[in-house]
Design a protein around this ligand. Structure first.
Ligand code: ATR
Length: 269
């Protein structure tokens, strides 16, 4: 019998998740469909109950519902608890579990680019995305994580929760050469003509600069990093790997992530 999966969000029209998951279902001969369900905040509960009643096999959750979905779920995994946000829901009969695969998705993407990751890591930003990435880095065994953020208090709070360090943006700018990896998690770069979250003047050549934004593929941050001779990683890998982890939870199958990164890079390029 055909299985159904979905992604709920508002807006949802531009989500690449339906394309990605349907391609993977096809590649693995899985009889399933994945549909975008435009869900406004006031409809969330109704949509959630409808999906459970209709016997949907699993769904993704995107903005603005990643937190609001939590009280509706039966269980949460430890990453979803740490992040207070859910992007993937699995069903065991009618019982639901919420997961967050964003941070682990980023770390998998990073490890695919640089399997022997070592040295100091700088995370720019202290919002939900930064939290997920810092948590996943720690889970993967990277202890030396430093957080910097426009609002320093938030950097301190996140660093405290992660047992990491917090530095001001200015101090981060001046000490950039100390870091082997710099991860840009803020929303700066999503809108056209936006500047940089911090100056990369002191970045060392060879440093790995990663951005979680994938549309545009090349953000001002990545362009500036490239100009300094840094290696770069755009956000498409994080998107694909967070989806792959969800796909594994739903189907038990590991899809071809590198092929999907190539397809989506071409699509967005
Ligand atoms: P998300 O869940 O996507 O991480 P968020 O919780 O709203 O979103 O966090 C956005 C991040 O981008 C924060 O680190 C924010 O910095 P502040 O804590 O100071 O608000 C950062 N950010 C947003 N706009 C920024 C800008 N113009 N310059 C620097 N940082 C910015």
């Amino acid at each position: 019998m055909k299985k159904w999966y979905a992604v709920i969000g508002d807006p949802i029209g531009h989500s690449l998740s339906p394309f990605m998951h349907e391609q993977w279902f096809e590649e693995h001969n899985i009889d399933a469909a994945y549909i975008p369900v435009h869900t406004e905040p006031f409809e969330l509960e109704k949509v959630f109950h409808a999906m459970r009643t209709l016997g949907i096999s699993g769904f993704n959750v995107t903005l603005p519902h990643k937190q609001a979905i939590i009280p509706l779920l039966d269980n949460l995994d430890e990453t979803a608890i740490a992040m207070s946000a859910v992007n993937t829901v699995t069903f065991n009969g009618k019982r639901t579990t919420g997961w967050n695969t964003d941070g682990d998705g980023f770390v998998r993407s990073l490890m695919a680019k640089q399997p022997d990751l070592e040295g100091k890591v700088l995370v720019i930003g202290a919002g939900g995305a930064a939290r997920g990435i810092a948590f996943a880095l720690k889970k993967a065994g990277f202890d030396s994580v430093t957080i910097t953020n426009r609002t320093f208090r938030r950097a301190e709070e996140l660093a405290e929760a992660m047992n990491g360090n917090a530095v001001t943006l200015r101090d981060a700018e001046l000490s950039l050469a100390e870091f082997s990896t710099i991860i840009q998690t803020t929303s700066v770069g999503l809108a056209e003509d936006e500047g940089l979250p911090l100056s990369l003047d002191h970045a060392a050549a060879g440093t790995l600069a990663a951005d979680i934004i994938y549309n545009p593929l090349e953000t001002p941050f990545l362009k500036a990093a490239e100009a300094k001779g840094c290696r770069t990683l755009n956000g498409i890998g994080m998107f694909v790997y967070q989806g792959a982890i969800a796909f594994e939870k739903w189907t038990g199958v590991s899809p071809d992530t590198e092929k999907m990164i190539r397809i989506l890079t071409e699509k967005l390029g």
